[in-house]
Structure formats: C-alpha cells, structure tokens
Design a protein around this ligand. Structure first.
Ligand code: HEC
Length: 317
C-alpha cells in the first residue's frame, strides 16, 4: 500500500513531503530544547527588571537614611517628632515601601510586589512568611555577621506558590551595615519615644551590626514570565516557519526549472524521436547531470539513426 503510494508519487510531492518531515522534526526539537532556553531567558529578563527596582529601593533607603534622617530631620527635630508624632518619612524602610507603592500606580509596574521580609519586623506587615523566613535563614547561614560587599550581593530566585497564585520572586539579604540603624533597632530605650508610641516596644529590636535581619523580595506573577517566554517562542517559531516557506519555495522552483521541466521535455523529445516525428538534437544549456543525460541521449539517437539507415540499405542481411 505504502510502497504503491510511494511508487506513484511525483518527485515534487516527495520533495515537499521530505521538507515537511524535516520541518516537523525541527519544530519538535525546538519545542524540547528551545522552550527551556527561552524560559530561562524570560526569567532573566524579568529578574533584570526586578533587580533594577531592588537597587532603586536600596538607593531610596540610603537617601532617606543619609539626607532625610541624619542630614535634615535630626537637625530640625533630634527626637524625630513633630507635635509628639513620630516623623515616619525619616525611616528608610518606610520611604522605600511608600516609593514602591507610588511606582505600582504605573500600569507597567502594577503587578510587581516589594517586601522587606524580616524575621523580627518593626511593622508587622513586613513579617516574613514561612517561605520567606526560609530564604532569610539560608542567607543568614552563609552571611550573618560578616559584611556583604555591594559587589558580592548573594541572591535567590525562583517560583513559589502563594494564596494569590504562583509567583516568580527574586530575593537579596537585608543586612544592618550602619550603626545609625541601631538607634531605632537595638533596644527600645535608645529609640525615639515617638517611634515606640507608634510601633510599640515589642518588635524590630535586638538587631546587631552586620546581622542579616531579613530579605528584600521582589515578586511578579509567574504568568508574566510565561507570557514573556511565549512571546519569544512565537517570534522564534515565526522565523522558522518563514525560513521554511522560503526554503520550500526556492527548492520547488529549483526542482521545477532544473530537473522536472527538462525531464518532461526530454520525455516528449524521445517520444517524438522514437515515432520519427523529430530528428533534431535535444537542446540543454547547462553542463549538469541533465546535460550529461541529454548528450548521451543525443548519441543514442545518432546510433539509432545509423542502425536504422543500415537496416534500410540492407534489409535482408
Ligand atoms: C528613625 C528610626 C529608624 C532608623 C534610623 C532606621 N529604622 Fe528601620 N525601621 C524603623 C521603623 C519605624 C520601621 C517600620 C516602618 C514602617 O512603618 O514600614 C522600620 C522598618 C525597617 C525594616 C523593614 C522591616 C520592619 O522592621 O518593619 C528594615 C529592614 C529596616 N527598618 C532596616 C533598617 C536599616 C538597615 C536601617 C539603617 C540603614 C534602619 N532600618 C534605620 C525605624 C528606623
């Protein structure tokens, strides 16, 4: 059945069948290997955005610590209070979370989440959940009480399941690298009275210099990563299909002009020669294999004619 089918198949159909199988195999291989590469690529792309945001938040923290707190507010109000109210804008962690809240109002960043996930936080919303606490513990295991330089920032990234769905997260340790932090985070009696009034004296104390107290975590819905990967995959498949179509077109054109057309012409010509309706040579310009065949056929025709002539001159040997 298949043998018969193949037997009756024209060259052009065979060529296109082969091309299709090759293309199918390429798409399959692409599906297996490339999708992994593209997924990593997409993760890297999202992680890069997240890292820039994280560095920005760290810069906001530094600005608030140096210029707002120590540089300005401490000079205006050493107890960091106005009319007995704690001046929150002097707190690095507060300004970072407020700046991020504003950033999220922009549509393009609205699905990014920022958290200073801390084991013993001053503001309870910063409390590390179970998953984050494990991340912080891993950072503490490797880096606690040893100063981490800006260039060797360790990081962790991956996917996690939450009640809000699957998230892609990227985390870096939050380390107390400045004595000035300990004014508000060592013991309640050292902290501004107004801070205690607002946040209480239970949480966010007992931190030490160079201690990793938490992790900066930026998360995005995993669907954002997958959408990015799918976008890349679509582009790659689009390019493959286009390349395949162009290759198929060129090969079909080549087959038709260089092989099929001359073969059909040759077949008509030999029929004409064999029935005696033509005596001309077969014309073929190119010196390729078809040209060789044409030359042999022309020689065959001459031999045939000679034999016929001999037969005519001497019909009864
Ligand atoms: C003026 C007092 C003050 C200083 C100085 C200060 N913090 Fe805080 N910190 C706070 C308060 C208050 C909060 C809670 C802010 C909020 O409402 O989000 C906080 C929040 C944080 C958080 C988020 C987790 C939590 O406790 O809620 C981290 C991490 C943190 N601080 C680290 C630091 C580091 C590092 C420094 C030094 C660069 C520093 N803080 C300096 C008072 C201070």
């Amino acid at each position: 059945m298949l043998k018969n089918l193949l037997k009756n198949m024209k060259l052009g159909v065979k060529l296109n069948l082969i091309l299709f199988v090759v293309f199918f195999v390429i798409i399959l291989i692409n599906g297996i290997f490339l999708s992994n590469i593209l997924q990593n690529n997409a993760e890297q792309e999202v992680a890069n955005q997240a890292l820039i945001l994280m560095e920005t938040m760290t810069s906001v923290r530094e600005y608030t610590g140096d210029q707002v707190n120590v540089g300005t507010i401490k000079k205006l109000s050493p107890n960091l209070e106005i009319d007995g109210e704690f001046i929150k804008v002097s707190v690095p962690g507060y300004s970072a979370s407020e700046v991020f809240r504003n950033l999220r109002k922009r549509e393009q960043y609205s699905d990014f989440l920022y958290k200073e996930a801390t084991l013993n936080p001053t503001a309870l919303r910063d409390k590390a959940d179970k998953f984050e606490a494990e991340v912080v513990d891993r950072f503490r295991g490797k880096h606690n009480l040893k100063r981490i330089s800006k260039t060797e920032q360790p990081e962790e990234r991956g996917f996690r399941d939450t009640s809000a769905g699957k998230l892609f997260y990227i985390a870096r340790p939050l380390q107390i690298q400045n004595k000035s932090c300990l004014v508000c985070h060592s013991t309640p009696d050292q902290a501004p009275a107004s801070q205690i009034k607002t946040y209480g004296s239970e949480n966010g104390f007992g931190w030490q210099l160079d201690e990793v107290v938490g992790a900066q975590v930026i998360s995005v819905p995993a669907s954002k990563v997958f959408a990015e990967a799918r976008g890349l995959q679509r582009i790659v498949i689009g390019i493959l299909v286009l390349g395949f179509l162009v290759a198929a077109l060129v090969l079909n054109l080549f087959l038709k002009l260089s092989i099929l057309n001359p073969l059909v012409k040759m077949s008509r010509w030999s029929t004409a020669v064999s029935t005696g309706t033509s005596e001309s040579d077969f014309e073929h310009q190119a010196n390729d294999e078809i040209g060789l065949l044409a030359a042999s056929l022309n020689r065959l025709k001459v031999s045939l004619q000679m034999a016929m002539n001999m037969l005519k001159q001497n019909p009864n040997p």
